[in-house]
Design a protein around this ligand. Sequence first.
Ligand code: PYC
Length: 416
Amino acid sequence: MKGRFSAFGLLRRGVTGKAWPRQFAHHDVQPSYDVVIIGGGVHGLATAYYLAKNHGITNVAVIEKSYIGGGGSGRNTAIVRSNYLTPEGSRFYQRSLELYERLSEDLNFNVLFEQRGHMTLAHDDASLRSMRWRTEVNKFEGIDSEVIDPHQVKKLAPFIDVTTRPRYPILGALWHPPGGIVRHDAVVWGYARGASALGVHIHQKTEVVGIDVAADRVTGVETTAGPIATPIVVNCTAGWASLVAGMAGVRLPIVTRPLQAAVTEPVRPFLHPVVVSGSLHVYVSQTARGELVFGASVDPFSSYSTRGSLEFATGLAQHVLALMPSLKEMRVLRQWAGLCDLTPDFAPIIGVTPVEGFVLDVGWGTYGFKAGPVAGEMVARLVATGKVPELIQSFGLDRFDRGELLGERAAAAVGH
Ligand code: PYC
């Protein structure tokens, strides 16, 4: 791989002052590719990487209308976990976590993965009950997850008020030690670098404006850089998934809503695990640099806006202070929004469509970043073999026709 990273290389460049080479190559858009992937986020780049690495399919283009990681991949709160509610979801996200565990080594790129543990607080009996249900499903699937009491919560996160004083006292928590955080930009860059080194073309600032279909088969895409002929188009977009699918004449049961987040100034490390409160609609983690990263529920309306709002900041502050009153002096540095494509059952849509050659990897709602590696691995396998891998068989678009919905909503970090 170009410019392989190593301790020796770092030392050599530090001493010589020699610049690092470009991490992925620039190419002109070619008139045809074997596979065109729409969306240069974690999903699109991971799909390209695994197509090349696992299946030797390298004549692949990733088309990104903005810059890589400029959509949901760079706007999420970087949390990963596999403590889902359904067996299908738990198994799937567990595979993603396994891929994340080895990703830095696999990509030769430090993605700053930290398994600090993931703790979801219960403030009422109904939450505790659904957490017990989740732990049973998780344990059955071999996933480390348990319900803990307020004393254990206090031990793991001493800054949380576990007395009966708060308006929403803590009754217990769902504790998931393998969950944690990953540097989301690094995941995007690592996959881009790995895919490019294997021959994939990454075209930024190039927008797909149409999908060509003849006799119910994909034949190509129209882009702002000209037409591209291809027999396979993979829709790996978030926020625009239903609009892109519409270009191929495929309707998706998706509504798009913004999800806002915010980051504070850095402070000394005090919060090790990721902490989530469903009732207070807030989740928080502390980065290696000391900033607190906060997220909340999706906005209660459809929109394509990626700007933060004052209502969000004030609501978030109230909820955070109910949980950790000692943070009252902290200042928010930045806030933003990402777009979430929500399906009726909070499970993704991955697989084939009635248009031959048009493949979906969409509908991730608030779970997209966690699933990037496994979705890329499975979609690459589907494209390469023409067979739907077992791990994603339940996530097909046709489940909505059959009425076989999955019901992953209760595994959401917060109530949406
Ligand atoms: O499901 O853990 C989650 C999550 C965190 C932020 C958005 N979704």
